[in-house]
Structures are given as structure tokens and as C-alpha cells.
Design a protein around this ligand. Sequence first.
Ligand code: HEM
Ligand code: HEM
Length: 181
Amino acid sequence: MPSPSGYDLMSRINHWLIAIAIIGMLAVGLFLEFGGLAREEKRWLIDLHKSIGVLVLIYGVWRVLWRVIQGFPKSDDNTMPQWQEIASKITHWALLAGILIMPISGVVASVFNGRSIAVFNWFSIPAQAQIAWLSGIAGYTHRYAGFTLAFIVTIHIAAALKHHFVDQDSVLIRMVQGRID
Ligand code: HEM
Ligand code: HEM
């Protein structure tokens, strides 16, 4: 259980596993978009991106549900300005949304574009009848939610580093070590 002032072990494992996965997926996605590779050259990387993305979706549902059901531990810093409390709440909800929106939009864009998704050689999500507008909206969402998420993650990391190195408070420590009280 997350204590009112800290993150339990499950919350920390969830946070760091998904953090690594999302940062990696964003990096690969942006490389696919801007790396200048030809379609055939990047086929294998797209397949890897899709396979890992589906696994991120499965684990991400659990990770987000765990947080939503448990709620957020309350801030242990009463001196933090109100605007920072609000900004951090908005950011955390946006990150949670991104964990689900990114893979769901990716899957919808692919399968309704008539493409099946082979998740490693393990299982596959079958292609559906083509629905151009649905695939189009999902592809558009994937793209712009992806850019937005990359921006929010950057701010999130900068904020964590500022708490640790500038303010020298316990915000980062409690996500690494759990309760600090
Ligand atoms: C876990 C979350 C995911 C993140 C953070 C992510 C991120 C991104 C980003 C930033 C891009 C580049 C922008 C764009 O071209 O749309 C991209 C491209 C793409 N993603 Fe994802 N993605 C995720 C999951 C998925 C999944 C589950 C699928 C499909 C099953 C998928 C399929 C694709 C495809 C087909 C492209 C376009 C590649 C190209 O043609 O260059 N993504 N992704
Ligand atoms: C190096 C990368 C990262 C660092 C150093 C970091 C650090 C932190 C810290 C210190 C907190 C606790 C904030 C608080 O208690 O108020 C936190 C919370 C959170 N972080 Fe990150 N984070 C990173 C990457 C990510 C990424 C990529 C995501 C998105 C997918 C993410 C999603 C969240 C969420 C949703 C929370 C709220 C609490 C929870 O549900 O876990 N973080 N992060």
C-alpha cells in the first residue's frame, strides 16, 4: 500500500519499468519519424516498436489502475507553492494518460489500416476491415500525443532533477527508496 507520504515497492517498480519503456518507445518512435531511414530499412524497427508497444499496453493498464485505485500519496513538502502542486498533479495525470493513449492509438491505427500486429513470435492481434477515418484519427493522435508526451516527460524529468539538486528535498528520493519517514 502506498503510505500517505511515500511510494510502496510495487509503485516504484511500476514507475521505473514504465518510465524506461516509455522513454525507449519515444526515442525509437522519434527516430522512425525523423531518422531518415527508408521504409524497408526501418521495417524491423517498426515491428520491434509495435511488439514492445503492445506489451507496454498490457503492463500499462495494470500500472495506471494501481495508481488510480490507490490514489497519489500526498506531498510531504508543505512549503511547496500551490502552483507547483497543481502543475505536478496535471503533469502526473497527463503522463498516466500517455501510458495508455500511445499504445492504444498505435494498435488502432495499425489494425484498422488492415495490418495485423505480430507481438514477437508469441501472439498476434489480427487485422480488421479497413476503416480509413478511424485509422487516420488514431495515427494523428499517435503522432501528436507522442510529441506532446515527449515534451511532458522532459519537463517531468527536469522537475525531478530540480527537486533533487536545487531544492534538495525528498521528492526524487521517495520514488527511489520509498518512504523517507
Ligand atoms: C508505448 C507506447 C508508444 C509510444 C510512446 C510510441 C511513440 C511513437 C512516436 C513518438 C512515433 C513517431 C511519430 C509518428 O510517426 O506517429 C511513433 C510512430 C509509430 N508507432 Fe508508436 N509508440 C507507442 C506504441 C505503439 C504501438 C503499440 C504501435 C502499434 C502496434 C505503434 C506503431 C507505430 C507506427 C506504425 C509508427 C510509424 C512508424 C513510421 O512509419 O515511421 N506504436 N510511435
Ligand atoms: C528519468 C526519468 C524519470 C524520473 C527521474 C522520474 C521521477 C519521478 C519522481 C521523483 C516522481 C515522484 C513525484 C512526486 O512524488 O510528487 C515521479 C512520479 C511520477 N512519474 Fe516519473 N520520472 C521519470 C520518468 C517518467 C516517465 C517516462 C513517466 C511516464 C510514463 C513517468 C510518470 C510518472 C507518474 C505518472 C508519476 C506519479 C506517481 C506515479 O503514479 O508513479 N515518469 N517521477
